[in-house]
Write a protein that binds this ligand. Structure first.
Ligand code: UD1
Ligand code: PEP
Length: 435
């Protein structure tokens, strides 16, 4: 287990370049399985989850060539489905959440697939019903082996259909789209997730020859085609990283320019951080954040306490609530954070309270932050990162705190943030990897 040692209490100045989006990369990488032709992908973040998924593809027989630091060429011509029966597959596929999205493409192209219970953040129950109910609607047979904890699907002939999704699941929508592009006839998916990364997946599939309409809405129509061809695709900047850097700048009173943010794809993210009183200037595709000693949380129009909650896109992403929460600690004012989607994502506030933050955990879904308005700094402590976003929230808290903090289980942070220590140290942070 590795750890970060953080010497906090400093402000930074400089530029941070946003990496390619983790959650888009996981979808796009799975889509290379849909064609025997080469697919070139640019802006692939070099993070643990993505590199693990690339390994799984390689193990399945995909030819992978690294073109440069963030671009790869994939060719899924010879796929070895027997690999799905090996212990190596079980071990690797159960290590991350995104592996679930190889199911749709394998089902579409080869008529069968299986996967162990996927991993990912331990942030509460994460059901997969939407994925399998969708595959079943397309005519697949589904079996869950509770002994081996394997989900298995089989289909000789996928047939397009009207599908009303159980919930607007992001990976569920991606999986069903990828199964439907090669199905016979027309599939209509209603209550589809519609975030920018799903839009990116659809656009890439259309370049490969798929026929998809309704992109960007929650009603997607897909006319199945016989086969797909190769393409070239560039992954968008990671919106969760953009939000994380906005929070970091505010908490540490730093002057930071966040480069290449993909502003048009950020939805309400800048506005939500704006409600915490953080000033931002949009400069082309960059966000400039001046050093701010003081930022004040706004209230609702009637003067009542601000609430920030998550919702499927275009609502506010649940992945940034931990960052909003930590950022509010040094603001003036009060905010209620309501994490509706996940049950166990707010427990990390215990550590923030140990550091001196004024937070009440109302229940597993809600926490009230009473901003301390820099009356005193947080103090460094030893803690452990429970998930990617709580990990980064703790890192932000540690960078703002007086003294030394240790963040154990820093692999969690590496799952989603590329060389975070190197990039933050380059603008003045003091983060050291220890084991
Ligand atoms: C690899 C990947 O892309 N992971 C993201 C993906 O996970 P993932 O696709 O696994 O998440 P889902 O969209 O399926 O659902 C997330 C959670 O929200 C609940 N839910 C979902 C939709 C809804 O309308 N109501 C509701 O309560 C689900 O039951 C589940 O507990 O989307 C999540 C929600 O944006 C993000 O946190 C994850 O980072
Ligand atoms: C919850 C997340 O990831 P995953 O779905 O991969 O666990 C996340 O990126 O915040």
């Amino acid at each position: 287990m590795s750890a970060f040692q953080v010497i906090g209490g400093k402000s930074f100045k400089g530029e941070l370049k946003v990496q390619g989006a983790k959650n888009e990369a996981l979808q796009i990488l799975c889509a290379v399985l849909l064609t025997p032709e080469p697919v070139i992908i640019h802006n692939i973040p070099q993070i643990r989850d993505v590199l693990k998924l690339i390994e799984i593809l390689q193990d399945l027989g995909v030819k992978v060539d690294k073109i440069n630091s963030h671009s790869y060429r994939f060719e899924a011509r010879n796929i070895n489905l027997e690999h799905l029966e090996t212990p190596a597959y079980t071990q690797k596929a159960s290590a991350l959440r995104g592996s679930i999205m190889i199911l749709g493409p394998l089902l579409a192209r080869f008529g069968k697939s299986k996967i162990p219970k996927p991993g990912g953040d331990k942030i509460g129950r994460r059901r997969l019903d939407t994925h399998f109910l969708g595959f079943q609607e397309l005519g697949a047979k589904f079996n869950y082996n509770s002994k081996t904890e394997f989900y298995e699907i089989d289909a000789t002939n996928l047939q397009g259909k009207y599908i009303l999704l159980d919930e607007a699941s992001v990976t569920g929508t991606a999986n069903i789209i990828m199964a439907a592009v090669l199905a016979k006839g027309t599939t209509t998916i209603y209550h589809a997730a519609c975030e920018p990364y799903i839009q990116q997946l659809c656009r890439m599939l259309c370049r490969m020859g798929a026929k998809i309409s309704g992109i960007g809405s929650n009603l997607i129509t897909i006319e199945g085609v016989e086969s797909l061809q190769g393409t070239e695709h560039t992954i968008l900047p990671d919106m969760i990283e953009v939000g994380s850097f906005i929070g970091l700048a505010a908490m540490t009173a730093s002057e930071i320019t966040i480069k290449n943010c993909g502003i048009e794809h950020l939805g309400c993210i800048p506005r939500v951080f704006g409600k915490l009183g953080i000033q931002m200037e949009l400069r082309g595709d960059d966000i400039y954040i001046p050093a701010q000693e003081h930022y004040q949380i706004s209230t609702f129009i009637d003067g009542s306490i601000l609430k920030v909650d998550d919702a499927p896109w275009p609502g506010f992403t649940p992945d940034l609530l931990s960052i909003v929460l930590v950022t509010a600690i040094q603001a003036e004012g009060t905010v209620l954070i309501h994490q509706k989607m996940f049950e166990s994502r707010l427990f990390f506030v215990d550590k923030l309270i140990d550091m001196g933050a004024q937070i009440i955990l109302n229940d597993p879904h809600r926490a009230t932050v009473i901003g301390i308005n820099r009356k005193y700094p947080l103090r460094g402590i030893k803690m452990s990162s429970p998930d990617i976003r709580a990990g980064v929230a703790l890192l932000i808290a540690a960078l703002s705190a007086e003294g030394v903090s240790i963040i154990e289980n820093s692999e969690q942070i590496d799952r989603g943030y590329e060389n975070i220590d190197g990039r933050l140290n380059a603008i003045g942070a003091e983060i050291r990897r220890i084991s």
